[in-house]
Design a protein around this ligand. Structure first.
Ligand SMILES: CC(C)(COP(=O)(O)OP(=O)(O)OC[C@H]1O[C@@H](n2cnc3c(N)ncnc32)[C@H](O)[C@@H]1OP(=O)(O)O)[C@@H](O)C(=O)NCCC(=O)NCCS
Length: 433
């Protein structure tokens, strides 16, 4: 589905008009309009002013993206919007399946117009537009963990800031890769990343299909706002049959005081096989002149920790990463598979109305689920953000129950839910968007 074809939300348009603000869609074919929007988006995140080349790349590589702005016609230079948001539809991997998600990005409100309800109007409008278009889940990555639960989002995957003392780590894995490593150009790396991602993402709940713009930026092919691609290197792993099975894009950060203590900064690493994964990590850990490896968006559960001798060579700092918002409970819950049979009735409290009510989830022995609304009394009750956090199996219901975010109304319901919702793979989103 092309999100950019969908009309503006009337309620948000009215709410903003009541504040003398104008909600509108940006025609990305209009170079000046897109440049002004891009300026506002960058300013909102305290980024440098975008160059024309960067705006041209945004236009060329963001087909299907719905680009929205809010304008205040009373201010000088009013062509630059005072708020921005963009959205598109992308596949989201869930345990045993996938579904369409409404990806939301570029949420900014100019500091001159903050705390007047502009973000609320934009976010609620995004959710209503997505729901009306039949998209069952909305998703975003966040600058602050305090902003989005009021709209029903919950943290569903974690990522990790991963630092490794490579001299101390000690490679002890028994995996013996039979393929080979080779440097490739960033253009080739981009293509390999896409191929490998296509094969690997379905096994990683919470990961979302990466659009052209983000691939270009991750691999340094375009979106080169800070000229960082000049320092990027890419190494590919091909298996014994010559099939590319993994790639890492990285750069070296020099330590000028000691040239034997550079840092290797992982920009993107993806492998479709365990051999490729082991070969790429070993390559990074054993690089000459490097003493530190840093990966800012590692999985919170990297297998590499079990491939080294000294676990304490690694410092792993998890952080909430992919935030989800369930918009359609039956469609979302029926899109995933479950680890155990289940018959459970649960109440969702959703002040925005999308999922408010009581539902029954019935999981058969084949792991597939069926969901319907019911008037029966619930076994569990929770608010919309808790359902989003539990959806991928990355958060334990027992933990949310201990925190008071899930209320167990029938003894044993929490344990039954946990057994069914458990995910075989740790959920993870491999990039920021
Ligand atoms: C975060 C941001 C978009 C909020 O915009 P805003 O128009 O000031 O927000 P609103 O006035 O609509 O506020 C809506 C609600 O969110 C709350 N809120 C707004 N910003 C918040 C923040 N940074 N942290 C916690 N709560 C926040 C408000 O208090 C208000 O709460 P309430 O309606 O429940 O009483 C804006 O401050 C901004 O652009 N920040 C910098 C860029 C950024 O971080 N964007 C988010 C990217 S994920």
């Amino acid at each position: 589905m092309d999100a950019h074809e969908l009309a503006l939300d009337p309620a948000s348009t009215q709410a903003l008009a009541a504040r003398d603000l104008r909600l509108g869609l940006v025609d990305s074919a209009d170079r000046d309009q897109l440049a002004a929007w891009h300026e506002a988006d960058s300013r909102g995140f305290h980024d440098r002013r975008p160059e024309q080349q960067s705006t041209d790349e945004l236009r060329e590589h963001s087909a299907g993206r719905r680009i929205t702005g809010v304008w205040d016609d009373a201010i000088p230079e009013s062509e630059v919007p005072v708020a921005t948001v963009s959205s598109w539809v992308a596949g989201l991997s869930v345990p045993g399946g996938s579904l369409d998600a409404w990806a939301i990005s570029s949420v900014t409100v100019a500091p001159t117009h903050r705390r007047r309800g502009v973000a609320r109007a934009l976010l609620e409008g995004e959710l209503r537009t997505a729901a009306a278009a039949g998209v069952p889940v909305a998703a975003l990555t966040v600058s602050e963990a305090t902003i989005y639960s009021r709209y029903g989002f919950g943290a569903a995957t974690w990522a990790a800031d991963f630092t490794l003392d490579t001299r101390r780590a000690g490679w002890v894995s028994t995996i013996e890769p039979s393929g080979r490593l080779a440097f490739v150009s960033l253009q080739t790396a981009e293509q390999t990343c896409r191929d490998v991602f296509t094969r690997a993402w379905a096994a990683t709940p919470g990961d979302m299909v990466i659009d052209d713009l983000h691939w270009g930026s991750l691999t340094g092919v375009y979106g080169d706002r800070d000229k960082r691609s000049a320092s990027l290197r890419a190494v590919r792993y091909d298996d014994a049959d010559g099939i590319p099975q993994g790639v890492v894009v990285y750069r070296l950060k020099e330590n000028h005081a000691d040239f034997t203590k550079h840092t290797v900064e992982v920009e993107y690493l993806r492998a479709a096989t365990d051999e490729a994964y082991a070969a790429l990590w070993r390559y990074l850990i054993e690089l000459d002149l490097v003493s530190t490896l840093h990966h800012g968006v590692a999985s919170p559960d990297e297998a590499v920790l079990w491939m080294i001798r000294d676990l304490r060579a690694a410092t792993v700092t998890p952080y909430d990463h992919h935030w989800l918002r369930i918009l359609d409970v039956p469609t979302a819950l029926q899109a995933r598979r479950y680890a155990a049979p289940l018959d459970i009735t649960f109440r969702i409290d959703d002040p925005l109305g999308f999922t408010d009510g009581t539902f029954r989830l019935l999981v058969g022995t084949d792991g597939s689920g069926r969901v319907e609304r019911t008037d029966a009394s619930p076994d569990l009750s929770m608010a919309a953000p808790a359902l989003a956090s539990l959806y991928l199996g990355g958060v334990r219901t027992a933990t949310l129950a201990r925190a008071g975010r899930v209320v167990e109304l029938v003894p044993g319901a929490v344990a039954r839910w946990d057994a069914a919702f458990a995910s075989a793979q740790t959920p993870w989103l491999s990039y920021w968007y």
